[in-house]
Structures are given as structure tokens and as C-alpha cells.
Unconditional design. Sequence first.
Length: 184
Amino acid sequence: MKAKYLAIASFILAAGCVAPPQQPSPEAGTAPEDLATAIVLPDGTKCNFAGRGATLTYEDQRLNYTCSDTLGLIGDVAIANGTDITVTTATLEGANITGSEPLTFTLQAIELADGTVCLNAGQGATLAYEGKRLNFTCNDDLVLVGDIVQSEETFIAEKAVLEGTDFVSSDPFEIQILGGTTLN
């Protein structure tokens, strides 16, 4: 009789020790839902998205990125020709913005949401895909083509797969960091 109860208790314990169902892992290349692209200035200063809530403004431009205790970026970020970026730096003093100045520079590197780093392909002649210039090379068969677009706080590039010099496919892909320097 004792063995019977022991067997039943063992069965109940075993049935209760079921591992929770496995959550599917995110597909390679997908970004976290809360990804906000950071911007690295040419001097290496990293500027992070300031969030969506209330923040400082200066001359009707919102503080969108915080870089340090004394520096931020206000207003819109403009990217031209797929590689040239213009931001407006803001001088911060405590809880006040005391001045601003436009800053234009060429992106040297981009880090995608999956950690892949892509370097500027340079100026001049290069490959094109459906009329979009190859602007960044990530490795021998992965490149970024065309313009970088902004979707709220995240910037998106068109990632293309190459086979030799032929384009195989392309997809939009989230950018984690826009770099005015090489991203080491």
C-alpha cells in the first residue's frame, strides 16, 4: 500500500514539474520593440534618444537626443545622399538650453540592430540596386543601399544581399547606431 501511494505521489510531482513552454526566439535581424537609434558625433560623443515625454525646447525645437550633461541635439535629424547627416547641437546648462548650432558630417559607420557594423563605401562610382546607390559595406555579401529613413525614433536602412556583384535580395532593417566615426 505504501508503495502505491509513493508511486502516485511521484506521478503527481513529475506531472507538476513540467518546464514552461519555450518562447520562440526572435528572428535574426529583428530589433527589440523599444529600439531607438543612437547618433555618434565625429568627436566620438554618443547621443541617445531622449524619449517621447515632456522635454526641453529651444526656439520651438524639441530636445530629442541627450549627449552629455552639457550637450544635446534638438529638432529634426536630416540625412542626405544616404551618408551626410545634419543635426542641431544644443548647449545645455542645467535645465536650460542656452544656444544651438547646426552640425553636418558624413556617416562613417552604421551599426544595425543585430550588431552588424557597416562602413561607408566612399564617394564616387559604386554599385547600384534598383537605382539606389550602395552607400555602406557590411561584409563581402551584405551592403546598405539608398537613403536612410526615419521612423519615429528609429532610423532604417535598406539591407541588400550580394552574390558577387549581383543583388540577390533587399529588406528594410533597423539601425542601432549612426556613427560619425568608426564604431570600435
